[in-house]
Design a protein. Structure first.
Length: 276
């Protein structure tokens, strides 16, 4: 694992790009075989959740706290091609605090980009944090990695839209949250790509006018003292996980104080990073 981490370590250029733009693209983070294995799984989760919630089949859906649904999803928590960049940006006192699957179905017949537009909804992540923290800019606190399972290599395919550099300002740099502000751009990536982004980055999903659903798995990492955004239904994984995965899944062997004043037992990731 150490050798793989070094091979995928955050480069100075990647760090500079992330700090400047608020996002970073890593191509081929997932192999084609991994994408092929995950697609039926995420489609099954989407079908089950739509049935459970009686959701419209054309609705854009977010399915939260998905990591506990299947061991294949656990494997992405410390994926060698991305994890070294996560702790390269946030450090060692981190945990997974949020996972979700987004599925954006193909637009129904009769709906067009020309008539109906991009259907943007600009926002920053983490809800109340954006009101309680008063500095300008607010602190980073967390980041997300989005694993793109669908081909969004061209615009109009439910692309992830970003405003580069907007993580460094608190206010929305536009006039309408459903409009297209100056400087906004679609993230065009192939299946298997990972997109890292600062939670403060102003971003949006968009309408999908392609012939396939747009599917993305998001993994959010934060400092261990931040309360998880999900229920984190992962207890069934812990007995079979090593110390670092247990840390990432929220374990704190020394109890509550271990989140704010961690010992070596609480953060085995620290010693492992120092050893490589």
């Amino acid at each position: 694992m150490g050798g793989q981490a070094l091979a995928h370590a955050l480069s100075p250029m990647e760090r500079d790009r992330f700090e400047r733009d608020g996002f970073l693209i890593v191509e081929n983070a997932l192999t084609a075989d991994m994408v092929a294995d995950l697609l039926p799984l995420v489609d099954e989760i989407d079908r089950d959740e739509r049935k459970r919630s009686n959701a419209d089949p054309d609705a854009r859906m977010n399915h939260y706290d998905v990591i506990g649904r299947d061991p294949r999803l656990l494997e992405l928590i410390d994926l060698p091609s991305t994890f070294a960049k996560v702790w390269g940006l946030l450090g060692w006192n981190i945990q997974l605090y949020h996972t979700h699957l987004t599925v954006n179905p193909t637009a129904p017949p009769g709906k067009t980009l020309e008539a109906d537009g991009l259907e943007l909804g600009w926002h920053q992540d983490s809800g109340q944090i954006n009101f309680d923290l008063e500095t300008t800019p607010r602190p980073r606190v967390s980041l997300k990695v989005g694993y793109f399972l669908s081909d969004t290599s061209e615009p109009g395919r439910g692309n992830f839209y970003v405003l580069p550099g907007s993580h460094l300002r608190n206010d929305f740099p536009g006039t309408k949250r459903d409009g297209l502000p100056y400087g906004a751009e679609p993230v065009c990536v192939a299946p298997g790509s990972a997109v890292f982004f600062d939670r403060r980055l102003w971003h949006s999903g968009s309408a999908n006018y392609w012939h396939e659903p747009r599917r993305v798995l998001f993994y959010g990492y934060a400092y261990r003292w931040l309360r998880p955004r999900d229920d984190m239904q992962v207890a069934h994984y812990l007995p079979n996980c090593g110390p670092i995965r247990q840390q990432l899944l929220g374990a704190s062997p020394t109890g509550g104080r271990g989140y704010t004043s961690p010992t070596a037992k609480d953060v085995p990731l620290k010693a492992w990073i120092e050893s490589i």
